[in-house]
Design a binder for this molecule. Sequence first.
Ligand SMILES: [Zn+2]
Length: 404
Amino acid sequence: MSVTVLVCGKMFDGFSEKLSGPTEILIEGNRIASIGRSVERPSGAKVIDLSDRTVSPGFIDTHVHLTMDAANLARQTLESSASKAFKGLSLSREYMSYGFTTLRDLGTADPEWPTIDLRNAINAGLVEGPRLIVAAHILSASAGHGDLRGFYNPRWGIHVSAIADDPGSIKALVRREHTFGGDWIKTSNTGGYFSAGDDPARVTWFDDEMEVLISTAHQLGMPVAVHTGAAEGCKQAIRFGARSLEHAYLIDSEGLQMATQAGSYVVPTMQMTQEDLHELRAGTLPCQAVWKFRRDKEKILASQKLLAASQVKIAYGTDCGMFPFSHGILEFQAMVNAGLNPIRALKAATGMAAELLSRDDLGVLAPGKLADIVAMPGDPIADISVTAEVDFVMKDGTVYRDSR
Ligand SMILES: [Zn+2]
């Protein structure tokens, strides 16, 4: 068993309101054995000097798409599931180098199961990569956000959408996701901004459809993440027991109150909105997204302000895949720019994200937890942008990056 001692300048533990000063962490195998001002140094222990760094639990991104390349979605349908899995592996490793040691992947546009295969290969130790938690496909009503048929010639026969329009078919889809190894169910209950032929301001599941989807998932022990936009969509998702609201673009104060009371998490993907609005100004958005963003841009930003002012549980998620993985680390800065304090942003990517995932072995630096630890120069409370300068990454007690 490997034994390592990290000598840390400052530490964010994933749940406290402030950083602690000089701290040492003893790691045995893949777990943290002890933490203190000084820890014992068993003979043979490797000592790593991070005394000029701030350490944090490994970051968790709860909303990525390792196998969806938004810029090439149509062409990508021609690729095999295996090709998508290999590219997803490469992206996941790149992303881990920025500090993300755990990812929740929220859906592929493939009839097969590339993200499940990728997760299994990493778990089995066949390949190295971040820990993956997977919702395999995006379950949707037809004409909803997950109905991709409108992107392609109607005679194109590859089934890249996971759509259903009656309770029996909805149950069958949820059960299929469980059969083939999904950890979570992902669905959309409103349209989206980039999808063709739908509207984020309109709800696309009826209440009885949402009810049957979530209750079937819960019967199988699967939590549900809901892509949602319209304020009514956010409320529908909360009413029927969604664990996380993805984007929640147009959530209002009543919805935030309901989410706070119900304990639902919100994953606001704020950096993506910044990038989309930049593209709107630059005139480079695809036409089906332009009218929606023109209409909604002020409302989205107003919702983000409400979110920052609320007590709702916010988890870090980016939607990388829809934009470059190299930009996912900028969500910290987008959150702080939207009004979150830096500690809340850091918690969103550590303790709070682990809580969303029901993983009490992750997201926190404490004895017994898995040794996922990153380090950055400077003080992220004073300047959140140092989160983009992570240069030390440990996952499961193994150092994957040390480029100090
Ligand atoms: Zn997404």
